[in-house]
Design a protein around this ligand. Structure first.
Ligand code: R5P
Length: 278
């Protein structure tokens, strides 16, 4: 692993704790104006100081995020489909490595769809992206198991995560499940967990807690932060769980106190099919 790649990885997974709180705001790449992300700048700017990375597309980065914002960027570089299509797996690489370099990306994110009609294509995409990432020193985050029909048990998630690691992914993003230690234990690269569709704040904090206590290095969480009634409270609470090993009760108290202090909800609904990939 080159020095540059290791350095970028250290900007994503913080060496001080070996963990990360990634804020996922890339949903629009196939969902359009997802609830809470109608105006990405309004959502991201107050949350960015508490995020270890922002995960988003180049279009939102270029148009909505100030270059002065001091937060590492993980660019989503796979796509080419929309929620209007039944089969979401027909993705290709939609952002070049040169663009990632120009945008000073700390990492690149790409989805693989194991078991879906375009499984081969998406796994091959990952192999190619890793080759390019290794050439220029940019780590690759492989996103697994997106799609509402996926059976997210440890057998399937171990399969998908291990394949991602075997293709050379430097970090894997997957979903938490029962027996998650098996998923972590059979994947030789760090795992971050997705948040999934909006659940109660306490449940989302339990998810983060269970994830890191089962071996995940953190979260790449979206809707359970930016669709909360206190996004600021939630990201601070998730940070406490991930970086300070806070209990769920202690983290929930952080969320509640921030909510009382005035952390207003960022989004007001209206997004298309927000749960389509839950
Ligand atoms: C999915 O393709 C995207 O990478 C999302 O960013 C991801 O699912 C994480 O977001 P959430 O926590 O809302 O599930």
């Amino acid at each position: 692993m080159s020095w540059g790649l290791q350095n970028r990885l250290a900007r994503i997974i913080k060496p001080a704790t070996g963990r990360t709180v990634m804020l996922a705001v890339d949903h629009g790449y196939f969902l359009g104006p997802t609830s809470g992300l109608e105006c990405p700048d309004a959502t991201c700017t107050p949350l960015a100081p508490f995020a270890d990375t922002l995960m988003l597309t180049r279009g939102v980065l270029r148009n909505c995020i100030s270059p002065a914002l001091d937060v590492p960027i993980v660019l989503r570089v796979s796509g080419g489909n929309s929620v209007l299509e039944e089969d979401l797996s027909n993705e290709t690489i939609i952002t070049s490595i040169e663009e990632c370099i120009r945008m000073n990306a700390a990492g690149m994110a790409l989805s693989i769809f194991v078991g879906a009609p375009h499984q081969h294509q998406t796994i091959a995409n990952l192999g190619r992206l890793v080759d390019e990432g290794e050439r220029y020193g940019i780590p690759v985050l492989a996103v697994t198991a997106v799609g509402k029909d996926m059976v997210r048990d440890s057998r399937y998630l171990s399969l998908a995560s291990r394949i991602a690691a075997e293709m050379g992914a430097h970090v894997v993003k997957t979903y938490y499940c029962d027996d998650f230690e098996k998923v972590v234990g059979t994947c030789p690269v760090p795992i971050v967990i997705a948040g999934g569709k909006k659940i109660s704040e306490r449940e989302a904090l339990e998810l983060a807690y269970n994830g890191v206590n089962s071996g995940a290095v953190g979260v790449d969480m979206g809707r359970n932060i930016f669709q909360s009634d206190s996004p600021l409270g939630m990201i601070k609470a998730v940070r406490a769980v991930v970086h300070e090993n806070a209990s769920v009760d202690d983290a929930f108290a952080i969320y509640e106190s921030e909510k009382v202090a005035g952390g207003a909800a960022l989004g007001a609904g209206g997004g298309l099919a927000d749960d389509a990939k839950a």
